[in-house]
Design a protein around this ligand. Structure first.
Ligand code: ATP
Length: 451
């Protein structure tokens, strides 16, 4: 079993004293196009610096959770995973590179204009425990030296040597197409990708394990709902996890997937909204029919231009739509009863493209939600499904959920929407039905909100 030694704690605290650096979807698209081994190396070096900072922030937070939550075995387990991944990254051996290659790596592009990112509007939602808005963590503060970060191996590796921090777009990217990369570079990229794959896998069950911890704690406290500070903490923690997994997933994809004209890593530059929503409708109806043992679930009407494209991570959008559709289907079935199979009122999905946003509205006639319950629906663990238990199968991934019962659908979907500068809103007409609006920022220049 992994243990956090006092020396490791010291490193964790040191890294946690540095701000995290947010990236935007637009930057990731531009930097990841036609990557050379040099670009990939540069991206690895950025991650070797950025990921330990993000992980360290989380280990520290996991350790300082309020109300003795950090004592639950599940939370301790998650903390150890974060610390272990942190240690693997900070001790990852740097490549031995000839001076010419090191110089080439430091070159940033002159013919590509590097896009800057803008503040993510959802950042204002993530306040710290004292009610103050959290900072974006972006800026020119000092960064810890990892011995990898500058690409020239000049860091002393003891973590106490500071240097001026350059903006993300210059740290992540180098214009390296005309360089002949020695085999060491490819070898390093391959090894680093393998290490990231292991780390990603280790953290697969994080959401369910943390949920388990909160559930244990809720039972111990005999509490019906979770406190506001725990709620805020979970929002920050899960949001940060989306970001860490996005960076890791993007890097693995860039290193391992065959080039595709519509994809840069896991980002689809021409994500077709109609097709993604249609697929989510089919999947949600299937799960609903299985769950209620029905032949035909409530009908879903989709009104969406067939040629509406934008740059997005399709997995994030499918996840949001699937979760919301499941909620609507369940509400309709429970209001009318499974025997009303042929008379269910349809759920309407309308997609519209505006100047800044693409908005998806999902309207159901499932009876709505009483106003008194509205604040609760955004809290984790709030569900009206009977027999709340964490399905062990759910561990496999975030994207394989049962019909309902976990109380994570709405709050997690909202985090996914906010991650790239969008939002999620719900308006209910008690006694009639619910409208949910998914706002997606189509400009994709917002950097990640990093609490
Ligand atoms: N469209 C809707 N109509 C009526 N009630 C809804 C609707 N959407 C959500 N709710 C209510 O909000 C609660 C919380 O929803 P949420 O999606 O967060 O969790 P869940 O569906 O219960 O479980 P899961 O984590 O599996 O999604 C639901 O249990 C339900 O009572």
């Amino acid at each position: 079993m992994f243990r956090i030694t006092p020396a490791l704690w010291e490193r964790i605290h040191h890294y946690a004293s540095f701000p995290q650096t947010g990236v935007s979807l637009q930057q990731m698209v531009l930097f990841g196009q036609n990557p050379s081994q040099g670009t990939l190396l540069r991206a690895s070096q950025f991650l070797l610096e950025e990921l330990p900072i993000r992980l360290a922030h989380r280990v520290k937070e996991l350790d300082q959770l309020p109300h003795n939550l950090s004592d639950t075995p599940s939370i301790t387990k998650v903390k150890d995973w974060y610390a272990q991944s942190f240690e693997e990254l900070i001790s990852f051996p740097s490549p031995k590179l000839p001076p010419t290659v090191r110089e080439a790596l430091m070159m940033t592009s002159s013919d590509v204009s590097l896009p800057e990112s803008t503040t993510n509007p959802s950042l204002s939602y993530y306040v710290d425990d004292y009610g103050a808005p959290v900072s974006s963590g972006y800026g020119l503060g000092p960064a810890p030296s990892t011995g990898h970060s500058s690409g020239n191996g000049s860091g002393n590796g003891n973590g106490h040597h500071h240097k001026i921090r350059i903006p993300m777009e210059r740290r992540y990217y180098a214009n390296t197409t005309a360089v002949n990369w020695p085999p060491e570079v490819q070898d390093f990229n391959r090894r680093f990708t393998k290490a990231l794959e292991l780390i990603k896998k280790r953290h697969d069950p994080t959401v369910t394990t943390v949920a388990q911890g909160v559930l244990e704690w809720k039972r111990r406290q005999n509490a019906r709902n979770i406190n506001l500070d725990v709620q805020h903490w979970l929002d920050r923690f899960y949001l940060s996890r989306i970001g860490i997994r996005f960076l890791i997933g993007q890097h693995i994809a860039l290193n391992t997937l065959q080039p595709h004209p519509d994809y840069v890593g896991i980002i689809c530059t021409r994500a077709n909204v109609h097709d993604i929503v249609q697929e989510a409708i089919e999947n949600a109806r299937f799960v609903c029919e299985e769950h209620y043992a029905m032949f035909k679930g409530p009908p879903v009407q989709l009104i969406c231009p067939k040629d509406l494209h934008f740059a997005y991570v399709p997995g994030h959008l499918s996840h949001i739509c699937f979760e919301l559709l499941k909620n609507s289907l369940r509400a309709v079935v429970e209001r009318y009863g499974p025997e009303a199979e042929d008379h269910f009122p349809p759920i309407k999905v309308i997609v519209v493209e505006g100047k800044e946003d693409i908005t998806i509205k999902i309207s159901d006639e499932g009876g709505g939600i009483p106003r008194s319950a509205i604040p609760l629906i955004w809290t984790y663990m709030y569900t009206t499904m009977e027999g709340q238990n964490i399905d062990q199968d759910f561990q496999a991934s975030d994207f394989k959920a049962p019909m309902a019962g976990f109380g994570y659908g709405l709050p997690l979907s909202r985090l996914y929407a906010r991650y790239f500068g969008g939002d999620l809103r719900l308006i209910s007409m008690d006694g009639f039905g619910t409208d949910v609006y998914i706002h997606l920022n189509r400009l994709s220049s917002n950097r990640e909100p990093l609490p």
